[in-house]
Design a protein around this ligand. Structure first.
Ligand code: SAH
Length: 348
C-alpha cells in the first residue's frame, strides 16, 4: 500500500518504509527533503542512493503542483499562481507581501459547493477535495519559485476548508511540524462560510490559529439570499458558536464582510451587525467586493464604507477595511480558474 507521500507524517512514512524494508533513517531524510528543503523531485535528494530514488519514484510518485500560470501585480507585487494538479485540475494561490512577511492564500478544494452569490469559486463548479499534500504543495511551489520564506498562511482560496475537514486538519499538523516547514499555528487563519458542527469540532482542538467567519450580512433574510449555507446554519446559531469559540479559546474571531453596494451596506445593516456582535472579542474586516464578470455585485463606495466603519466603531466594534491587493490580476478566489476553464472549452 502506498499513499500520497506529501500527505504522510514522519511516523507514517517510517512505518511504510519499514514494511518495504527501507531503513528507518531514510524516512527522516526523505521527509526533510520534502518538507524542509522543499525538494520538487527525488533526483534532488542527493544523499539517497540512486537505486532507492528510482524505487521511490515508482512507489511514491511525487504529486507536486506545477505552475500553469503566474501573474505579478504591477501595483503591489502580489503574485497569483494558477497551479496544475497531477490529474489536470487547476487551483489558485495568491502570495501577498506585508510588513511582517509573506502570506500565502491557499485553496482547499477544486471549486466549491457552497454557492455564495458573489464568489467566483462557486461559478467554476465543485470538482473535488484537495489532499493535505496538495494544499502543502501550493506553499512549497510558491516558496520555491519566489525564493522567499513564506511565514503566514490563510485558508481563503478556493473551496470551503471545513467541507474538507480531515484533510485540512492533517495539512495543519504537517505545516506546523517542527521537523518540516515549521510555520507557527499563530500565523495561520482559517476562513469558513459557517458550517456550525465543524466549527464546534475545531473548537474542541483548541488550536492557536485565527478563525475567520465569512458573515457578509447580519440578518437571515439577507444572508440566506447571498449565502445558501445560512439556510442550514442561520446567523444566530453561527454567532452562538462563535461566542463559545471565543470564550473557550480566548482567541479573537475575525468576521469577513464583503461590501456589496446597495445590498448589505446600509446604516441599518451596520447597526444590526453592531448589535449582534456586541461584547464579543472580535474584529470586522470590510472588503469592497471584487467584481466578478458573471455576478451583478458592485463594491460599495469609499464613503459608504467609511460610514459603516463609523457606526460599528460607535458600538465599540473594531473594523478595518481590507487593503485591496492584486486587483489588476484577478486575485480574488476562483477568478483565474474560471478564465482558464473557459479558454480551454473555447479551444475545444
Ligand atoms: N470558503 C471559505 C474560504 C474561501 S473565500 C469562506 O467562505 O470563508 C475567502 C473570503 O473571500 C470569504 O470571506 C469569501 O466570502 C470572500 N469572497 C469571495 N468572493 C469574493 C469577492 N468577489 N469579493 C470579495 N470577497 C469575496
Amino acid at each position: 500500500m502506498t499513499a500520497d507521500i506529501l500527505s504522510l507524517t514522519l511516523e507514517e512514512l517510517t512505518e511504510q518504509f519499514s514494511v518495504m524494508g527501507i531503513q528507518k533513517f531514510r524516512a527522516k531524510q526523505v521527509y526533510e527533503w520534502l518538507h524542509k528543503h522543499l525538494a520538487m523531485s527525488y533526483d534532488e535528494m542527493s544523499n539517497l542512493p540512486k537505486a532507492l530514488r528510482e524505487d521511490l519514484k515508482e512507489k511514491f510518485p511525487l504529486h507536486n503542483c506545477e505552475i500553469a500560470r503566474k501573474q505579478v501585480s504591477k501595483l503591489d507585487n502580489t503574485v497569483k499562481y494558477l497551479f496544475r494538479l497531477h490529474d489536470g485540475d487547476f487551483v489558485e494561490s495568491v502570495v501577498m507581501k506585508y510588513k511582517y512577511g509573506y502570506t500565502i492564500c491557499v485553496s482547499t478544494q477544486v471549486g466549491c459547493k457552497m454557492g455564495c452569490a458573489f464568489c467566483a469559486s462557486t461559478l467554476g463548479g465543485f470538482k473535488r477535495c484537495l489532499l493535505p499534500g496538495e494544499i502543502l504543495s501550493q506553499l512549497y511551489c510558491a516558496q520555491h519559485d519566489l525564493g522567499e520564506r513564506i511565514s503566514h498562511i490563510v485558508l481563503m482560496g478556493m473551496g470551503e476548508p471545513l467541507d474538507n475537514y480531515d484533510n485540512v486538519m492533517r495539512f495543519l499538523s504537517l505545516v506546523t511540524d517542527e521537523k518540516g516547514v515549521n510555520i507557527s499555528m499563530r500565523n495561520i487563519s482559517l476562513s469558513t462560510c459557517g458550517i456550525v458542527p465543524k466549527i464546534e469540532e475545531l473548537l474542541q482542538k483548541h488550536l492557536q490559529l485565527t478563525l475567520s467567519i465569512s458573515l457578509h450580512a447580519p440578518s437571515d433574510e439577507l444572508r440566506s439570499k447571498i449565502m445558501p449555507i445560512n439556510k442550514r446554519y442561520p446567523v444566530d446559531e453561527l454567532l452562538n458558536i462563535c461566542r463559545k469559540y471565543v470564550n473557550e479559546t480566548s482567541r479573537r474571531i475575525s468576521f469577513e464582510y464583503s461590501m456589496l453596494a446597495g445590498v448589505n451596506d446600509s446604516d441599518e445593516c451596520a447597526r444590526l451587525l453592531a448589535s449582534k456582535l456586541k461584547g464579543m472579542l472580535c474584529h470586522v474586516n470590510l472588503i469592497p467586493v471584487n467584481e466578478v464578470a458573471e455576478s451583478p455585485f458592485k463594491p460599495s463606495s469609499p464613503e459608504r464604507i467609511e460610514r459603516f466603519v463609523e457606526i460599528l466603531g460607535k458600538s465599540g466594534i473594531n473594523a478595518t477595511v481590507r487593503r485591496k491587493l492584486g486587483s489588476d490580476i484577478d486575485a480574488s478566489c476562483g477568478q483565474l480558474r474560471l478564465k482558464e476553464n473557459k479558454n480551454r472549452s473555447k479551444g475545444g
